[in-house]
Ligand binder design. Structure first.
Ligand SMILES: Cc1cc2nc3c(=O)[nH]c(=O)nc-3n(C[C@H](O)[C@H](O)[C@H](O)COP(=O)(O)OP(=O)(O)OC[C@H]3O[C@@H](n4cnc5c(N)ncnc54)[C@H](O)[C@@H]3O)c2cc1C
Length: 429
């Protein structure tokens, strides 16, 4: 073998060893560079930005990674409840995509409006067609407004901001809370589980109560829960409502919202009494983001997407992987930003393995930590570890690995802010 074919062989072997995508044609001495394989990610939130970043990092020059994100900057839901209370601003929870773009990800700010799984293309709102070899969808959630009578126009929806996607909705709800008279009522309506981030509505109640205690002490926070009980960190929240926010927060279970009346700001329920509020924060029932519907990957209750938990590939449409809040979760797996970040890494590795014809990791392990702020500085966390179970083909919560703070503290609050900074850096570079 000549010097040049030797060096060619070294190139090939090192590329294959690195999981790269050079291909051999004919005899072993011939090298042909192939086009990088195309990975398209729709949704640059906790799941999608992570998947895009790690696909580019681990795939190197063998892949071409495009992230399609409709918003100009990432706005975090975690910590956004503190914006409602006024101790943080929307700028504090906003991070640009510039660093991600410098780390090998092509960031396209547009809305994906359709997916053609046969031709493996994504149609964008401005008309472009983006081809892919593997597609990753992490579109978060969209709302079933039609399931609440009265929420039928944009004008009415504007009166009752959900703020369950952070951004302009968060700012609008903060304005309503600030403008509310002292002695008024802020009511939050929680949909039936599973919904995005189980503890977040109760954290929101604490945050609004913290603001009222300082700025409008005669005001009330009413929690109208569509579930039969508090869904997360129950003891911690109950303690906060009865001690820190005594006389301010009232919790009502079994309040399944059916109607809103914009003229009187009245909420009506399946069985509970009507409630009239000065600020009515309606979190409508929700499911996987709309693009998942176009891709045909929604499989459960017309709401969530089932995936193969080893790869996050859709159970229905090959070549499309789904992450984050959009999926039908495994038992005890929360719909959280931290969990979506973990999905993103498993999916990125699985997509690269599929493109290189390598086996996937047969035993992925995920972890989750979720901090809830009780006031502007003190928080508490819940943590869990989830291991893939080959027999049951799902993730199971690892016994003994769950953790829950005994009480809120400033130290936990510091950890909560550090968690946010660390995860934003991890996903956005
Ligand atoms: C008030 C609140 C507090 C929370 N607190 C915590 C917490 O403390 N810890 C925690 O871990 N989780 C928390 N969560 C949950 C967390 O925000 C979600 O679980 C997480 O955002 C899910 O990630 P995702 O990637 O699925 O969706 P998202 O992060 O919502 O990302 C979806 C992205 O897709 C984009 N997109 C959607 N459709 C399209 C399209 N067709 N074309 C282009 N772009 C599109 C959106 O613009 C968005 O950027 C909280 C949620 C709320 C509402």
């Amino acid at each position: 073998m000549t010097r040049s074919t030797d060096s060619q062989r070294r190139v090939v072997l090192s590329a294959l060893a690195a999981g790269g995508l050079l291909a051999l044609t004919g005899c072993a001495a011939t090298v042909r560079r192939v086009q990088p394989r195309r990975i398209v990610v729709v949704g640059g939130g906790y799941g999608g930005a992570t998947a895009a970043r790690y696909a580019a990092l681990w795939g190197g020059g063998g892949v071409d990674v495009t992230l399609v994100e409709r918003d100009p900057a990432f706005v975090s839901c975690p910590l956004s409840n503190l914006v409602l209370a006024g101790s943080r601003t929307i700028a504090d929870v906003t991070v640009g995509y510039e660093r991600l773009a410098r780390r090998g990800v092509r960031v396209v700010h547009d809305t994906a409006v359709a997916v053609d799984p046969e031709r493996r293309r994504v149609r964008l709102a401005r008309g472009a067609d983006v081809p892919y070899d593997r597609l990753i969808l992490s579109p978060g959630i969209d709302f079933f407004f039609e399931r609440v009578r009265g929420l039928d126009t944009d004008a009415v929806r504007g009166l009752f901001p959900h703020a369950w996607r952070a951004g302009p909705q968060t700012v609008a709800l903060r304005r309503q809370i600030e403008a509310m008279r002292d002695g008024g009522v802020f009511a939050i309506s929680i949909p039936r589980a599973p919904y995005r981030c189980p503890p977040a509505p109760y954290e929101r109640a604490c945050q609004v109560a913290w603001y009222f205690k300082r700025a409008k002490p005669r005001s009330k926070v009413l929690i109208l829960d569509g579930n039969e009980d508090v869904q997360s960190k129950k003891a911690l929240f109950m303690q906060a409502w009865s001690e820190d926010y005594q006389g301010i927060v009232e919790y009502r279970p079994d309040c399944v919202l059916t109607d809103v009346d914009p003229a009187t700001r009245t909420a009506r329920f399946e069985t509970a009494d009507d409630v009239t509020a000065d600020v009515l924060n309606v979190i409508p029932p929700h499911g996987a983001g709309a693009i998942a519907r176009s891709a045909g990957v929604i499989t459960v209750n017309d709401q969530w997407c089932e995936v193969d938990f080893l790869t996050f590939e859709s159970m229905k449409i090959p070549g499309i992987h789904v992450l984050g809040d959009a999926i039908q979760v495994a038992p005890l797996m929360p719909k959280s930003g931290h969990m979506a970040n973990q999905h993103g890494k498993v999916a990125a590795a699985a997509v690269l393995a599929a493109l290189a014809g390598r086996p996937v990791n047969p035993a992925p392990v995920l972890n989750n930590a979720c901090y809830s702020f009780i006031n502007d500085r003190e928080a508490a966390h819940i943590a869990s570890v989830h291991r893939y179970d080959a027999a049951q083909k799902t993730f199971l919560s690892v016994p003994g690995a769950r953790g829950l703070s005994a009480a809120k503290s400033e130290l936990e609050g510091d950890y909560g802010f550090a968690w946010a900074r660390a995860i934003w850096k991890d996903m956005l570079g």
